[in-house]
Design a protein around this ligand. Structure first.
Ligand SMILES: Cc1cc2nc3c(=O)[nH]c(=O)nc-3n(C[C@H](O)[C@H](O)[C@H](O)COP(=O)(O)O)c2cc1C
Length: 185
């Protein structure tokens, strides 16, 4: 599988990769253990600071590592990783080492203990901003503190979950830029 050469990327622009709602792979680490989970339930919540909200079920092994370390990395995969993302989402790090089992490369992050996934074209390092709804709703709000994005592909073929085992794959880009008020872009 291809390893991406990722560069520093402006935090104010990370919505370009997360606002379309792609499936993401959430990596975590605590006390010498690391893990990955597949995630579809997430959204952007702010530009500056760059805030990101997501649902992490309390029964997931990732929930424990993330709650203890108060950090994670949100990695964006492309279509080549579809089967891997499905396998990651149908297994638990309580039983296997997912980096080893699925042949993924853990790359050291700059600001958080969780590793970046080398085979994902974009990786966003996150620190916990607000867990006030975590106990009741499994809702975590993250502050993205460092962004890494590969220069290519320009239009990544991300995939998007529709439930019941079906995905949509990102396709053609269309622009309506001229119809936008500047403050709505
Ligand atoms: C396509 C897909 C999307 C998923 N989205 C979420 C999600 O948004 N939140 C969540 O808690 N689990 C989600 N899951 C389930 C977790 O990925 C799954 O429970 C995983 O095995 C947890 O791994 P862990 O126990 O190693 O943390 C999703 C699974 C798949 C296949």
């Amino acid at each position: 599988m291809k390893l991406y050469d990722k560069r520093d990327y402006p935090l104010s622009e990370i919505r370009r990769h997360l606002e379309p709602g792609p499936i993401v792979l959430v990596s975590s680490a605590h006390d010498g253990r690391s893990n990955i989970m597949t995630m579809g339930w997430h959204m952007m919540l702010g530009f500056t600071p760059a805030l990101f909200g997501c649902y992490i079920w309390s029964h997931n092994h990732s929930h424990e590592l993330i709650t203890r370390s108060r950090a994670c990395v949100i990695n964006v995969p492309t279509f080549e990783l579809l089967d891997t993302a499905v396998a990651i989402g149908n297994s638990t790090g309580a039983e296997i080492d997912k980096f080893e089992t699925y042949g993924l490369t853990a790359v050291e992050a700059e600001k958080v203990p969780a590793p970046l996934i080398g085979e994902c074209y974009a990786s966003f390092e996150c620190e916990l901003e607000d867990d006030s709804l975590a106990a009741a709703q499994n809702l975590f709000i993250w502050r993205v503190v460092k962004a890494h994005v590969a220069a290519s592909p320009k239009n990544p073929r991300t995939f998007h979950y529709r439930g019941d085992g079906e995905f949509m794959v990102a396709g053609r880009a269309v622009s309506r830029r001229s119809a936008f008020k500047p403050e709505m872009l």
